[in-house]
Design a protein around this ligand. Structure first.
Ligand SMILES: Nc1nc2c(c(=O)[nH]1)N[C@H]1C(S)=C(S)[C@@H](COP(=O)(O)O)O[C@H]1N2
Ligand SMILES: [Mo]
Length: 342
């Protein structure tokens, strides 16, 4: 399954049919090609899916120098510790969606290592009493850091279990003082085509209109589960995971969890959101995880849980309503038709 079919006005080619040479830097492509050739699969490389190629690539460890993370101190929040087996760190940072760095699952790992995350500025603005700009150091110091392990479910029907470090979005919103007129929260990712090749090249960026934007209703944003992550596995985020700060909304499909945020704006109207703009019939504003509401092109009843086993043998498990977080969030949607507002 792929989302590539819906690239507007470019092509209807699924992303796995796009030649590697079009989506990875030439040097990486050449290195990958050499490896494939050396093990005798060079000639079929163009016909096998991207994730299989990525797997081969990975095995041989011919990778760019990794971004340097640093350790983070935090206090474990015992209320939010998913009992499920954790997804190993290696997989969390090598299987990503971050279309600013390409549409392939390993593209962010390959292409994002040089992203400059310090200095950084996160602006909180709009309908707030005290607009605030957090610089890089303040992201880790303004609000006490806690550790929470959440299930994470992508709309593509794969999932992970990740120990995040960060703070509740509500804590930040309380700090700036949300005005009574505000009803929604809008988020925006860094726009920097020089650093983000997917923003320069429409094909590589999956047809998304950048900057990537997302949004929540204010009551969703204030829910105790909505989290701003600055780290995972007790260290700062790597670029491919959304450094230096990204949203994590565990009861919604992964595309709501916007990465590398530079702006948070309080509004009285529902803001546009990137995947909804690209394919509104497939991706709604709400995007609550729901096994009973299928994606138009695939079932959402189950998911592939990426854990310690091989990627292709990942266990298929039943998907839970609100990703298993109904106790915390079901009340938010008591009056909403979840089929209509998908
Ligand atoms: N800016 C930005 N944020 C993004 C995306 C993206 O392409 N760009 N992809 C989303 C999708 S579809 C998913 S599933 C998650 C993936 O997060 P992960 O790579 O850390 O697992 O990030 C989300 N946030
Ligand atoms: Mo996703």
């Amino acid at each position: 399954m792929t989302r590539g079919k819906f690239i507007k006005g470019i092509s209807k080619t699924p992303s796995w049919q796009i030649a590697d040479s079009e989506v990875t830097p030439a040097s990486v492509f050449a290195a990958r090609r050499r490896i494939l050739k050396s093990i005798g699969v060079g000639s079929i490389a163009a016909s096998i899916p991207g994730y299989v190629q990525a797997g081969l690539f990975d095995l041989f460890g011919d990778n760019p120098p990794a971004f340097a993370t640093r350790p983070l101190q935090s206090v474990a929040n015992q209320q939010f510790q998913a009992a499920d087996e954790h997804t190993p760190y290696d997989k969390v940072i090598r299987h990503n969606n971050f279309y600013e760095f390409g549409t392939g699952k390993q593209d962010p790992y390959v292409n994002a290592q040089q992203l400059k995350v310090n200095p950084w500025q996160l602006q909180i603005e709009g309908m707030v009493d005290k607009p605030l700009t957090l610089d890089y150091d303040a992201l880790f110091a303004k609000i006490p850091l806690e550790q929470r392990t959440y299930r994470f479910r992508c709309v593509e029907a794969w999932s992970m279990v990740i120990p995040w470090v960060g703070f509740p979005l509500a804590s930040l919103l309380k700090l700036v003082g949300v005005q009574p007129s505000a009803k929604y929260v809008a988020f925006e990712t860094l726009f920097d085509p020089e650093q983000m090749p997917g923003q320069r090249n429409r094909l590589m960026g999956g047809g998304i209109h950048y900057p990537y934007v997302e949004g929540l209703r204010l009551d969703e944003a204030m829910n105790e589960l909505a989290f701003l992550a600055v780290g995972l596995y007790d260290q700062t985020l790597s670029p491919q995971s959304g450094a230096p700060i990204r949203l994590v909304v565990p009861w919604k499909y992964g595309f709501k969890s916007i990465k590398s945020i530079v702006k948070i704006r309080l509004l009285d109207k529902q803001p546009p959101t990137s995947w909804n703009q690209l394919a509104p019939q497939e991706y709604g504003f709400y995007a609550n995880v729901n096994p009973q509401v299928d994606h138009p092109r695939w079932s959402q009843a189950s998911e592939r849980r990426i854990a310690s086993g091989g990627l292709l043998s990942a266990a298929r498990i039943d998907t839970q309503l609100f990703n298993g977080y109904g106790e915390q969030v079901a009340d938010l949607y008591r009056d909403l038709d979840l089929r209509k507002f998908y």
